[in-house]
Ligand binder design. Sequence first.
Ligand SMILES: C[S@@+](CC[C@H](N)C(=O)[O-])C[C@H]1O[C@@H](n2cnc3c(N)ncnc32)[C@H](O)[C@@H]1O
Length: 291
Amino acid sequence: MTNLQIKNKFQKELSGLYPKEEISSFFYLLAEEYLQIRRVDIALDPDKKVSEQDQNKFLSALSRLMEEEPVQYIIGVSYFYDLPFKVNNKVLIPRPETEQLVDWIIKISKTKNEKVKILDIGTGSGCIAVSLAKNLPETEVWALDISENAISIAKENAKINQTDIHFIKTDILTTKNIVERFDVIVSNPPYVRELEKEKMKNNVLKFEPELALFVEDEDPLLFYKKIADFAKDHLIAGGELFFEINQYQAENTLKMLKNKGFQNIELRKDIFGNDRMIRAVYSTSAKGIAD
Ligand SMILES: C[S@@+](CC[C@H](N)C(=O)[O-])C[C@H]1O[C@@H](n2cnc3c(N)ncnc32)[C@H](O)[C@@H]1O
């Protein structure tokens, strides 16, 4: 088969499942990965023959796409904040909304001109921790996750991107043995309620780890409350807490942080116009406030 014949086969087989442009972008991504050629090379030489071995790679990717597996898991890489991250189905695929959260932290930290210490809670692929460490080279970055598999992928990603991060495997809901203090704590914890499942796409539901996504309907702020309490014990005075949030829980999350005594609380929207991230400052006067 030629480049063009494979491309046409992708369009034909996947047409009921994905929009035309998305199918093209899958094909070009795979061509870059398997043939090390770019879109322009294919346009210039559409009739170039693809070896049998490479054809098989495309056909295997095609059947995985037909099962709605995310293309990032098929090629094993996802790009976040312009950096490569190894991914598999044990870690969430980094999202563009989360890049905005990272960007916010980087911009604020750069204005401070101090060597800061940051903790990323629920690090997954390590995308937040690694991109912060890479862009704030003076910073000491720590990252934790409950999942051994996630920690091991995050460690690989720290290495791939030449960053030095302190990793801890622990459950943030019960942990008692972290003695460090931080200038910044950031988290994108599980925040999707079970009741939101019906609005979600198959590629997420069938392939991304449940542990990274879901929280019980009855207690949607479980992680946020625990992390806010943890932050009161582990942030320096004036330290900052950053959250990625569930767009349907913005009001409740703001109220919870206010009730716990956090100050200068700011809510921002993501590129899609949804309430998506919060920054809150910890002042020592919040210490005695229970909730
Ligand atoms: C929404 S994902 C975020 C992953 C990554 N930080 C990102 O932004 O793409 C949430 C992460 O929290 C971790 N997690 C879930 N429950 C946890 C717990 N009790 N303690 C620590 N981490 C937990 C999951 O393993 C997952 O990696």
